[in-house]
Design a protein around this ligand. Structure first.
Ligand code: NAD
Ligand code: ZN
Ligand code: ZN
Length: 346
C-alpha cells in the first residue's frame, strides 16, 4: 500500500510503497478514509536527526478516520465496516489518568514506549492504519470523514484547552486566539458556541485575519509589535480573560502575557520554544494569572467534540489532497498558504 513517511529528519516526507499491516491479537486494521496534516508533523519533520526519538521510516498522520477493515483475535466489540475516528494520544489504559479517559496524560506511556500513531508508530497517512486497541476508536456514524479527521486533534486539542477556562469566560469577558490556523480556527468556533465572550483573533496575514472573522472572531488584529496595544485598545484596562496561544514562540507569548488581565488564563498550545514563566512574578503581571500548557485531550472530550460537530456547531475548513498528492498537504501549510486543515484522502 502507499504511505507518506518520514524517512530522514530535516527533509520532506516521502510517498512510498510499504507493506500493509496485519492486526495482531487485540488490534484493529482500518481502511483510512481521511488523515489530517498537523503542524506538529512539521515540528517532527524538522527535529534534529541526532537523537531523533522515533523509529524510522515512520508513516505520518495522527488525525485519522477510517472504516474497520479487519480485527485481530480477541476483538469482539467493533465490527468490520464501522466508520470510526481514532483517539490519538494512546496510553497504557490502566493508570489513574488513563482510567479517567485522559490517555493524553498517561503516567506510564514513556516507560512502556507507548506512542500515538504517526508520532512514534505508523500513523494515518496511508491506505490502511493499525490501531492498537478498539478503545481508541469512536464511531462517527454519518459524519463526513474528511471534516471529522481534523476534529481528533485540531478539534480535540482546543476543546480541551478551552474547557478548563470556561468558568471564567462569562458575559463581558474577552478571549484571545493567537494563530488562526488548523487548531485556531476551530478554537474560534468553539469559543463562539460555548461562551458569550468577545473573541479577538491574532495572525500574521490579512487573509488569516479575514478567515478568523469568517469563522466567528469578533475582532482581528495583526500579530506584530503593536499587537499588545491594539488588543488592549479593544479590551480596555481589564485585558483578556483567556489567551490561547496556538503558536508558542516568544513573540506570541509576550503578546499573551501583555494582554492577559487579572485572574486571566494564558494557555500555551503551540509547540514554539517560548516561555511565559519568566514573566510570572508579583510585580510583573496582573494578579492571579494562570499559565498552563495542555496536551491534546481525553477520550470523552473527543466524543463531546464529535457531538458538537453532529449538532452543526463546528465547520472545519479543509483542503483535500489525494494520497498521490499528499506531499502538498505538508508543503501548503508549511508555506502558510492554506485556510484551516489539509486533509489527505487515500
Ligand atoms: P497551523 O500551521 O495550521 O496554524 C498556525 C497559525 O499560526 C497560522 O495561521 C499562522 O499564520 C499563525 N501564526 C504563525 N506565526 C504567528 C505569529 N507570530 N502570530 C500569530 N499567528 C501566527 O498549525 P496548527 O496545526 O493549527 O498547530 C498550531 C500549533 O499547535 C503548532 O505549534 C502545533 O505543533 C501545536 N499543536 C499542539 C498540540 C498540543 O496538544 N499542545 C496539538 C496539536 C498541535
Ligand atoms: Zn497534532
Ligand atoms: Zn496510562
Amino acid at each position: 500500500m502507499k504511505a507518506i513517511q518520514i524517512v530522514k529528519p530535516g527533509t520532506e516526507p516521502e510517498l512510498r510503497e510499504v507493506d500493509k499491516h496485519t492486526p495482531g491479537p487485540g488490534q484493529v486494521l482500518l481502511k483510512v478514509s481521511a488523515a489530517g496534516a498537523c503542524h506538529s508533523d512539521d515540528f517532527v519533520l524538522n527535529m534534529p536527526a541526532d537523537g531523533f526519538p522515533y523509529p524510522l521510516p515512520m508513516t505520518l498522520g495522527h488525525e485519522g478516520v477510517g472504516v474497520v477493515a479487519e480485527t485481530g483475535t480477541g476483538v469482539d466489540n467493533v465490527s468490520e465496516g464501522t466508520a470510526v475516528a481514532v483517539y490519538g494520544p494512546w496510553g497504557c489504559g490502566v493508570c489513574h489518568f488513563c482510567s479517567r479517559g485522559m490517555e493524553n496524560y498517561c503516567s506510564r506511556a514513556a516507560e512502556l514506549s507507548i506512542t500515538p500513531p504517526g508520532l512514534g508508530v505508523d500513523g494515518a497517512m496511508a491506505e490502511y492504519m493499525l490501531v492498537d486497541d478498539p478503545r481508541h476508536l469512536v464511531p462517527i456514524g454519518d459524519l463526513d470523514p474528511v471534516r471529522t479527521a481534523p476534529l481528533t486533534d485540531a478539534g480535540l486539542t482546543p476543546y480541551h484547552a478551552i474547557k478548563a477556562s470556561l468558568p471564567k469566560l462569562v458575559g463581558g469577558t474577552t478571549a484571545v486566539v493567537i494563530g488562526a490556523g488548523g487548531l485556531g480556527h476551530v478554537a474560534i468556533q468553539l469559543l463562539r458556541h460555548l461562551t458569550p465572550s468577545r473573541i479577538i483573533a491574532l495572525d500574521v496575514t490579512e487573509d488569516k485575519l479575514s478567515f478568523a472573522k469568517e469563522v466567528g472572531a469578533t475582532e482581528a488584529v495583526l500579530s506584530n509589535d503593536d499587537a499588545v496595544d491594539n488588543v488592549r485598545a479593544i479590551t480596555g484596562k481589564d485585558g483578556a480573560t483567556a489567551v490561547f496561544d496556538f503558536v508558542g514562540f516568544q513573540p506570541t507569548l509576550d503578546i499573551a502575557m501583555g494582554v492577559v488581565g487579572t485572574m486571566g488564563d494564558v494557555v500555551i498550545v503551540g509547540l514554539g520554544d517560548g516561555a511565559a514563566t519568566a514573566k510570572v512574578g508579583m510585580f510583573t503581571q496582573p494578579y492571579e494569572v494562570s499559565v498552563r500548557a495542555p496536551y491534546w485531550g481525553s477520550r470523552s472530550e473527543l466524543m463531546e467534540v464529535l457531538e458538537l460537530a453532529r449538532d452543526g456547531v463546528l465547520d472545519v475548513s479543509v483542503e483535500k489532497f489525494a494520497l498521490d498528492d499528499g506531499l502538498d498537504a505538508y508543503r501548503k501549510p508549511a508555506a502558510n498558504d492554506l485556510r484551516g486543515r489539509a486533509v489527505v484522502v487515500p
